[in-house]
Ligand binder design. Structure first.
Ligand SMILES: *Cc1c(COP(=O)(O)O)cnc(C)c1O
Length: 404
């Protein structure tokens, strides 16, 4: 009989969303008349932009005839999409097309990137965080043992009120640093100056930054960088992950990309500096066969002038929701973070309530579902996350309930 990858059974069950569902359905079965408003969703709610649907229909039609049919495409993505990505998002920073890898989303890429790093690396992750970073490092054997709610081998970088959600540099040596800005779940950002501290640290210490910019399109403030490559020297130390999921409603359509500059290097066993671009190319061409042609055409359409207008109107809708939630919570005296450059609002529970206790309070007293912050890591305890994804009318109704 084969033996298993033992790392998988060390990982505790992720019970966050199933526990939320369990509590909501238990409450609903006892109170069938209560109109419950869901504000915990991490999925978009508006449909795909018309330009994307039109592009997919056109691409589907092309599959009908021999002359325009497409079989396997390049694993790294079609040139038309890589070109549009570089021209629109990265040209100013000298990123080239062969440094862009199109994929089925940022979850796969942030999860799979560990394939190209040895088990011995010391990994630092902001806390709270998107669970993929922690769990995939556990699967890869880089997390040590799970003891008292934390992994012994990971370096947690707490983000809380006392540091204004700006992580402090680690005391000991780390090799790989996961940063996600604008942040999920806290909705907070780093300014150019604050991100430069991390880039300089990585350059000094020879670390690599894995920068998740899935929420880049939601940035509204001037001093917040849209890409880590805005920071001098980042091209030598940073890999950036992007996604069309939250930007353009592609959570079900599936497309994202990862930028691996050829100048980002890591050491081989014999001390040679190896370009990570080469390893990621090898990993992707071996284990991945590309994103469907129609979906890449849909992604390309977001870069047309009309596509940009349609994407902007999606983002504006969600960010207006975020403003409504933020202002309502502030007006009842809550400590509120995020919601300005991200579709998430991170709220401190009143009277030092635990995340789950406040979740229960909102469910039972207001008929509102949020996400308990403790589900994103130890530093999330004492906070809850509200999501701006949802129907405006329902969000307005939720704020009425909060205010009464
Ligand atoms: C939603 C999200 C992603 C995007 O994942 P996809 O696989 O592209 O849908 C990546 N990172 C974070 C932090 C997210 O919240």
């Amino acid at each position: 009989m084969p033996t298993i990858n033992e790392n998988f059974i060390k990982i505790p069950a992720t019970y966050l969303f199933s526990e939320i569902a369990r509590r909501v359905s238990a409450y609903r079965s006892e109170h069938p008349d209560v109109d419950i408003i869901r504000m915990g969703i991490g999925d978009v709610t508006l449909p795909l932009p018309d330009v994307c649907v039109d592009a997919m229909i056109k691409a589907a039609e092309e599959q009908r005839s021999v002359a325009t049919f497409r079989g396997y495409g390049p694993e790294q993505g079609y040139d038309f999409l890589r070109k549009a990505i570089v021209e629109n998002d990265f040209q100013a920073f000298g990123i080239e097309e062969d440094e862009v890898f199109v994929s089925d989303g940022a979850k796969s890429d942030t999860g799979n990137i560990g394939d190209i790093f040895s088990r011995d690396n010391k990994v630092a992750i902001t806390d709270p965080s998107y669970p993929v970073y922690v769990d995939t490092n556990a699967m890869g054997g880089r997390a040590g043992q799970f003891l008292n709610g934390q992994w012994s081998g990971l370096v947690y970088l707490p983000c809380n009120e006392s540091n204004r959600f700006v992580p402090e540099l680690p005391a000991g040596k780390v090799d790989i640093i996961y940063l996600c800005y604008p942040n999920n779940p806290t909705g907070t950002v780093l300014t150019r100056e604050q991100l430069a501290v991390w880039v300089n640290y990585a350059r000094d210490k020879g670390a690599v930054i894995l920068f998740d910019a899935a929420y880049e399109a939601f940035i509204s403030e001037k001093d917040v960088p849209h890409t880590i490559y805005e920071i001098d020297g980042a091209k030598e130390v940073a890999i950036e992950f992007r996604s069309f999921s939250k930007t353009a409603g592609f959570t079900g359509t599936r497309c994202g990309y990862t930028v691996v500059p050829k100048s980002v290097k890591a050491l081989s066993e014999n001390g040679e500096r190896v370009a990570l671009n080469k390893l990621w190319l090898r990993r992707q061409t071996t284990k991945f066969n590309g994103v469907s042609y129609a979906v890449q055409r849909a992604a390309e359409a977001t870069y047309t002038p009309e596509g940009k207008r349609q994407v902007r109107s999606l983002i504006d809708y969600y960010m207006d929701n975020a403003r409504i939630i933020r202002q309502a919570l502030q007006s009842i005296g809550m400590s509120v973070y995020g919601g300005v450059n991200a579709p998430y609002i991170w709220v401190k529970t009143p009277d030092r309530m635990g995340s789950w206790d406040y979740f229960d309070y909102l469910l039972k007293e207001k008929g509102i579902v949020c996400t308990p912050g403790a589900g994103f890591g130890a530093s999330g305890e004492g906070f809850v996350r509200f999501s701006a994804f949802g129907e405006k009318e329902r969000i307005v109704e939720a704020t009425r309930r909060l205010l009464r």
